[in-house]
Design a binder for this molecule. Structure first.
Ligand SMILES: C[S@@+](CC[C@H](N)C(=O)[O-])C[C@H]1O[C@@H](n2cnc3c(N)ncnc32)[C@H](O)[C@@H]1O
Length: 148
């Protein structure tokens, strides 16, 4: 039976447990990394150690790890992390953790690149705090530009 959770985090957690209307396969789960992230990797814009915030099933994390990046994928939903499948040798360069993107104190100045596919969008009221946490977790450096 499906639930209607009252919070975004509750919604995601329930979805990965198969308890919401999106039971079979959430629309964002396409079984491969989302195309724009493949493109920015090919464009050379992914640098250094990478945080994949709201990694879901980890497709982007595993793709970037297979390309040689050290990647940490975090997600608030235990079910997402539990479901992710490792691909070949990429597993050695990818680490996954159940963690809130709104508290990145464990990763002080650690990452050079952050990728986010759908983690920041659901809750506009918290974006300022999220941005501050990303600032905390990233190392100072030049901002890459994309000409698309
Ligand atoms: C639309 S899904 C996208 C998943 C994945 N990035 C992908 O491209 O397939 C958004 C993800 O963000 C996660 N998420 C939402 N809010 C979060 C938060 N505050 N901290 C960590 N993860 C969060 C959800 O559990 C969900 O897996």
């Amino acid at each position: 039976m499906s639930e209607t959770p009252s919070t975004f985090s509750g919604y995601y957690k329930s979805t990965y447990q198969g308890k919401t209307a999106l039971t079979a396969r959430p629309p964002w789960d396409i079984g491969e990394p989302q195309t724009p992230f493949v493109e920015i990797q090919k464009a050379g814009l992914i640098k250094g150690e990478v945080l994949d915030a709201g990694c879901g099933n980890g497709e982007i994390s595993l793709f970037l790890a297979a390309e040689g990046h050290h990647v940490t994928g975090i997600d608030i939903a235990e079910g997402a992390i539990a479901r992710r499948t490792a691909g070949g040798g990429a597993e050695a360069l990818a680490t996954f953790a159940v963690r809130r993107a709104l508290d990145l104190s464990a990763y002080e100045s650690r990452f050079e690149t952050v990728v986010d596919c759908g983690c920041s969008t659901p809750c506009p009221r918290r974006r300022r705090r999220y941005a501050a946490e990303l600032h905390r977790a990233t190392s100072p450096g030049p901002v890459p530009t994309c000409s698309r």
